[in-house]
Design a protein around this ligand. Structure first.
Ligand SMILES: Nc1ncnc2c1ncn2[C@@H]1O[C@H](COP(=O)(O)OP(=O)(O)OP(=O)(O)O)[C@@H](O)[C@H]1O
Ligand SMILES: [Mg+2]
Length: 281
């Protein structure tokens, strides 16, 4: 291939990339703020935090979208009790998210799987393609918030999201103990490297309130999230206690924050939502 042809090919690739970005930014143009919920470690409560924040924001009157980009373990539909639903195609061949409440819509890879036990083997470029398609083709309409639930770590999914939507902000979830805190540092560094705006750190599973005496037991210690936020110079958004009802809600698909609005954990989510909604661009 001669120099001229090579240049033409590079130009063509650049044009394609620009077109892709244009389509995505056009599709997301009605969305005011995009927040990705991330963590360094698995099982710290990202999906719980993402869905609870989305529900609490929607309850407060905002139009909210929830996007599950956990391709290997998409569990938001089950958590929100809509795992039997499917996303429909619109007449213009676009994808309609599933409605959860008046103000909340959900899009997830799980809606595209034949059955929930199906395992998917995806290579990096394919993951990027499917996330790209979600960002380009899902019809969200106007939203105040799009909350994105990412899989753990700093892999292809959060990377694709950060590259395809540079305006993404990040909320980083951790549990209080030292091993999780080590991973949170990696998430902060990753987010900073990709120029994501870090809204702050949430410490989940922060103490257990004894159902008998009402005293707080520091099951996994407490305060690690705040410490690491100070150390790394990022805001601390708040801590959420352990509540066995959250596990129950996750398993039965009955949203915790709307079902137990007076619980300590639901109030903690409300406080975090209050902080997030006050953050200005
Ligand atoms: N504050 C809490 N109190 C009690 N249980 C909780 C709390 N937060 C999360 N859980 C439970 O912990 C488990 C893991 O939570 P979740 O699925 O939200 O984590 P995750 O970080 O999204 O996991 P993954 O890395 O696999 O995506 C769930 O069973 C959930 O119900
Ligand atoms: Mg999850």
């Amino acid at each position: 291939m001669g120099i001229k042809e090579k240049e033409a090919l590079v130009q063509e690739m650049k044009n394609e990339a620009d077109e892709r970005e244009n389509k995505i930014s056009k599709n997301l143009s009605g969305i005011k703020r995009i927040i990705m919920v991330m963590s360094g470690k698995g099982g710290v409560g990202k999906s719980t935090v993402a869905s609870s924040l989305a529900l609490a924001l929607a309850k407060g009157g905002s139009k909210v979208g929830l996007l599950d980009i956990d391709i290997h373990g998409p569990n938001l539909p089950k958590m929100l009790g809509v795992d039997k639903e499917r996303m429909n195609a619109t007449s213009e061949n676009r994808i309609e998210p599933v409605r959860i409440t008046e103000n909340l819509k959900l899009a997830s890879m799980a809606f595209l799987l034949e059955d929930e036990n199906q395992a998917i083997i995806w290579r990096g470029p394919l993951k990027m393609k499917v996330i790209q398609q979600f960002l380009r083709d899902i019809e969200w309409g106007d939203l105040e918030y799009l909350i994105v639930d990412a899989p753990p770590g700093t892999g292809d999914e959060p990377l694709s999201m950060a590259q395809l939507v540079p305006a993404t902000s990040a909320v980083i979830v951790t549990t209080p103990q030292e091993v999780s805190i080590l991973d949170v540092r990696k998430s902060v560094t990753f987010a900073l490297k990709l120029n994501l705006r870090i809204l702050g750190i949430v410490e989940n599973m922060s103490g257990l309130i004894c159902p008998h005496c009402g005293e707080k037991i520091a099951l996994f210690k407490e305060g690690g999230g705040k410490r690491v936020s100070e150390e790394m110079g990022v805001p601390f958004l708040g801590s959420i206690p352990i509540d066995p009802e959250i596990v129950e809600s996750t398993d039965t698909g009955i949203p915790y924050v709307t079902e137990h609005p007076d619980s300590e954990a639901a109030k903690a989510f409300e406080r975090i939502v209050g902080k997030i909604s006050k953050i200005q661009d």
